[in-house]
Ligand binder design. Structure first.
Ligand code: ZN
Length: 307
């Protein structure tokens, strides 16, 4: 009988722990687990985590990943509540039936196409090799936009997928002739003197969408109030990311030199991170026309602004 009561007590304790979810019992703080890569494109959520570190209501637990596939796997399998992620990767997951919503932009602008010093203009890229991190990315879209703008097409160049950290050295070694990737790796290429900027993203695609803050439906549906508070705090953090504060938070998380960050942070901003229907429609058109996805999810299915 004593064993039974011990079993009962343990079971009740275990169940109440489950019922509390991610709520810390000690101080009643809600914890939101967010996956990120150490890039300037995720600075808004890193800033939010810092701003909320002493909050009595809600805190961000940052989970760092080394590559997009690893991060996406964590997001798709519900190991985290959300992520700062290339929006095209999340759109593909959504199209495949994973319950995800994009609730904000990761950043505004913030991409460049870097080329070797021998390339003077877009026409010089014909027959050359350009690296991108992943075909499901705004970097692949920007390379397509660059070629289209200059009367060329993706057929005129060789596209290779390469790990972002390898791109600056591949450019310096002459293995590739250009690349487009999440920052600060473009700035790394420029800082070595082996690469230069051919285009900034806003010259190719106004109001471009690159990374998104994406949350799981499970998190949004089971902890709606927490999700609302989290998204509000995220947008506040984005609006407060002055150049100086962005530099501070990047130094803390990115392991890059001041010179690289100085170059990189001039291309990006974090104000007003709402995803508008116009931005999303433009993105969807490009996703279809450049062959990333045949059937991207609609704005209504995938984007959530109405918390
Ligand atoms: Zn991005």
């Amino acid at each position: 009988m004593k064993k039974f009561w011990t079993f009962l007590v343990v079971t009740v304790l275990a169940l109440s722990a489950v019922a509390c979810g991610n709520k810390s019992e000690a101080n009643d703080v809600d914890i939101v687990k967010i996956a990120y890569l150490p890039i300037t494109h995720s600075l808004a959520v890193l800033e939010e985590a810092k701003q909320l570190e002493n909050s009595a209501d809600i805190r961000v637990e940052l989970v760092k990943y080394g590559s997009w596939p690893e991060l996406l796997d964590a997001l798709n399998t519900g190991k985290v509540d959300g992520a700062s992620v290339l929006i095209e990767l999340a759109m593909k997951s959504k199209a495949e039936g994973i319950g995800l919503k994009a609730v904000a932009l990761g950043h505004r602008d913030g991409n460049v196409v870097v080329v070797s010093n021998e390339i003077e203009k877009a026409a010089d890229l014909v027959g050359k090799t350009i690296a991108i991190p992943h075909r499901q990315s705004s970097h692949y879209i920007l390379v397509n936009d660059l070629l289209n703008k200059n009367g060329l097409s993706i057929e005129d160049v060789s596209i290779v997928e390469l790990a972002p950290t390898e791109m600056p050295s591949a450019l310096a070694a002459g293995t590739i002739d250009g690349y487009c990737v999440a920052e600060p790796f473009g700035a790394v290429g420029v800082s070595t003197g082996k690469g230069k900027v051919l285009y900034e993203s806003e010259e190719l695609w106004e109001d471009s969408v690159c990374c998104g803050l994406v949350l799981t439906d499970e998190f949004i549906n089971s902890r709606t109030d927490v999700a609302r508070e989290f998204v509000e705090a995220y947008k506040t953090a984005g609006n407060s990311l002055s150049r100086e504060e962005a530099q501070n938070i990047a130094k803390e998380y990115l392991n890059q030199t001041d010179e690289v960050l100085d170059i990189s942070l001039q291309w990006i901003s974090f104000d007003d991170l709402e995803i508008t229907p116009e931005m999303y429609e433009n993105l969807s058109d490009k996703v279809i026309s450049y062959g990333l996805l045949d059937n991207p999810p609609s704005y209504e299915e995938f984007v959530k602004n109405d918390f």
